[in-house]
Ligand binder design. Sequence first.
Ligand SMILES: [Zn+2]
Length: 437
Amino acid sequence: MNPAVSYIIDFLLGDQKSVRHNCRIGYTSDRSMFHRYNLVIVASSFFNERVYGTPLSMPALPLAEVEGVPLLFGEAKTVWHGDTLAVYADIVASAYFLLTRYEEIRRRDVRDEHGRFPGKESLPYRAGFIHRPIVDEYGKLLRGWLRETGVSLTEPAPRIRKIWLTHDVDAPFYCRSLRGALRETLRGKGIGNALRLLRQPLEKDPYYTFPWLTSEDDKVMGRLGKKRSNALYFLKTGGKSSYDRPRYSLRRPGGASLLKLLRSRQAVVGLHSSYDAGQNPLLIEREREHLERISGQKIRHNRHHYLAAREPEDLVLLERAGITDDFTMGYPHVAGFRLGTSRPVRWINPANKHVSSLTLHPLTVMDVTLSETKYMNLSYDEAFGYCLRLIDRVEQAGGELVMLWHNDTVSQLQMRQGAATWHRRLYAALTDELLKR
Ligand SMILES: [Zn+2]
């Protein structure tokens, strides 16, 4: 069996993958082989050499459904062949399509102004299931079909396996430099005001919201423990593009104070790869090493600035740069399950079907995705409701909840005209909700 297919079957089985020792699961369309297995997932033509990588490999809308779950390939029927249950719903190819971002290598010409595949162009969005981790739902179906063949296995009770409270630090300070003071003066705030901003203690800087964020995170970690929850701060160390502004130094007093605070709260520090590094992933290694030197910590976690991991194959260079865990995999344009799963999954390269050692932690929700006019444009109540529904899905699937809130969106200062002012309130409401579960 192809290692990617084998990995996906294990991934679908989840905690129950040990049942593979007691039962035989096949993936073939060759009927003469069916008798060898307890259960066969009948392979559609997706992986055929003449189909894979061609327009023929793309699922057509509207999708069929199998037991209420959208199905990308195969048919929604099961047939007994003697003692073998044949499942014609090709949940392996369907899961592979979603987990590998296969459609992004088929549709290279579809990218937004930052070179990202637009969430609203994605199959999960167009087919109306971006809010459902359907790969996890396939796992539940597979376990059910195995039970029909007489294999004894239990369905895990709903629970959030792990909560990652993550924060991308794009702009740690509002005004801690002469450049910032000059900007304020030019904005007509007056030189006296600008100098007052510059001289005020760090804790008074409107963007330095880390004492508040870390105390919110601590509430969750205090309740759930570090095994089930982690605070994770992604810091930038590079990038010359205008999208990488403001550049900040972690060696200067403000940056050093931030690192000290994060260390004292036992938060994990990760690399926020720059916009430049998104365009040229060869830069990631240097940025990672730089952060390692400054922070004195091993840096193994990454998230791209602007969530701008562009082409699926770029992840080869992320892995080569020494990153073991990536948290980029969500769409900025719409919150939900970009990879079709809420569970951490090894990255599979759709160009060569190689199963890598890099783990992808799907991003569940980012603050500005909910509020920005060009993204979801939700009100506070709508955003709160949508987040609760995503949390329920993660819980049902036994997955990980990865939340991304920026330090500047929870600032009390109105960032700019039209920006939502409720992200602080929403973050507090969601952490309260998590404490109740
Ligand atoms: Zn960023």
